[in-house]
Design a protein around this ligand. Structure first.
Ligand code: NAD
Length: 256
C-alpha cells in the first residue's frame, strides 16, 4: 500500500497533474503541490481526500528553485517517494518562425526540469531503497506533428531520460517510467481548440471534434482520471518490474 508515502507532482494546479495528485491522495499519499494555476482550489480538492498537502511555487525553468522544491518536500514530509514530472507548456509555430525564447522555455520546463528533480530526489530514494519516478511524456515522445518542434524534441528527450533513470537504478527499488497521453482536454489543449475555432471560424465543439479526430482514431479525449489510474498502477507492487517503458494511452494514435 502507498498510504503514508509522499508524492511531488510538478504542475499539479490543473489538468493531468491535478488528476494525478487527487488519485494518489485517494491512495493515502501526502502531496506536495506545485504550479502556477488555481492553487487554493487544487489544495482543497486534494485535502478532501484526507491526506497532508503543502504547496511550493517553484518555477520549473529555474534549477535553483527546483532544488529548493525537492529539499522542502523532504523536510516537510520526511521523504519524497513518488516523483511525477508533469509540468509542461506548449507553443506552436513552424521551425522557421519558432521564437528562440519559446524553444528555450519548452526545453527547460518540459525536459530539463525532470533531470533536475530526478537528480535531487534520487539520493533520498536510494537511502530508502524505494521510489517511483513517472515522467509525463506524450505521444509526441514517440511520433511527431508539425509546428511542435520544441515540444516533440523535449518529449522524445524525456523518454530517453526515463530509460537512463530506469537503467541506472535497475538493481534498486526505484523504478522510472513514462506515460504518453494522446489528446486530453486540459487548459493546455483548450488553447489549441480556441486557436482552431478562430482560424477556421467554427464553434468550440466543432473545433474539439476536428482536433481529436485528426489524430486519435477513437475520436474521444483521454481523461486525467484514466492517466492517473495508470500512474497509481505504476506506483504499486505489481509494477515493480516495469522499468523504463514509455506507455501510451492515446485512443489508438500511435497504432497507425
Ligand atoms: P495544464 O496547462 O493543464 O497544466 C500544466 C501545469 O504545469 C499547470 O499546473 C501549470 O501551472 C504548470 N506549469 C507550467 N509552467 C510551469 C513552470 N514554469 N513551473 C511550474 N509549473 C508550471 O496542461 P496539461 O495538459 O495537464 O499538461 C500536463 C503535462 O501533460 C504536460 O507535460 C503536457 O505536455 C503533458 N501532455 C498533455 C497532453 C494533453 O493533451 N493535454 C497530452 C500529452 C501530454
Amino acid at each position: 500500500t502507498l498510504k503514508g508515502k509522499t508524492a511531488l507532482v510538478t504542475g499539479s494546479t490543473s489538468g493531468i497533474g491535478l488528476g494525478m495528485a487527487i488519485a494518489l491522495a485517494k491512495q493515502g499519499v501526502n502531496i506536495m503541490v506545485n504550479g502556477f494555476g488555481e492553487k487554493d482550489e487544487a489544495i482543497a480538492k486534494i485535502k478532501a481526500c484526507g491526506v497532508e498537502v503543502d504547496y511550493h511555487g517553484a518555477d520549473m525553468s529555474k534549477p535553483a528553485e527546483i532544488e529548493d522544491l525537492i529539499k522542502q518536500t523532504e523536510k516537510r514530509f520526511g521523504s519524497l517517494d513518488i516523483l511525477v514530472n508533469n509540468a509542461g507548456i506548449q507553443y506552436t509555430a513552424t521551425i522557421e518562425e519558432f521564437p528562440t525564447d519559446k524553444w528555450d522555455a519548452i526545453i527547460a520546463i518540459n525536459l530539463s526540469s525532470a533531470f533536475h528533480t530526478t537528480h535531487h530526489a534520487l539520493p533520498g530514494m536510494k537511502q530508502r531503497n524505494w521510489g517511483r519516478i513517472i515522467n509525463i511524456a506524450s505521444v509526441h515522445g514517440l511520433v511527431a506533428s508539425t509546428q511542435k518542434a520544441a515540444y516533440v524534441a523535449a518529449k522524445h528527450g524525456i523518454i530517453g531520460l526515463t530509460k537512463v533513470t530506469a537503467l541506472e537504478n535497475a538493481r534498486t527499488g526505484i523504478t522510472c517510467n513514462a506515460i504518453c497521453p494522446g489528446w486530453v482536454l486540459t487548459p493546455l489543449v483548450q488553447k489549441q481548440v480556441d486557436a482552431r475555432a478562430e482560424r477556421e471560424g467554427i464553434s468550440n465543439e466543432a473545433a474539439k471534434t476536428a482536433l481529436v479526430s485528426e489524430k486519435q482514431p477513437s475520436g474521444e479525449f483521454v481523461t486525467p482520471e484514466q492517466l492517473a489510474a495508470l500512474a497509481v498502477f505504476l506506483c504499486g507492487p505489481d509494477a515493480s518490474e516495469v522499468r523504463g517503458v514509455a506507455w501510451n494511452m492515446d485512443g489508438g494514435w500511435t497504432a497507425q
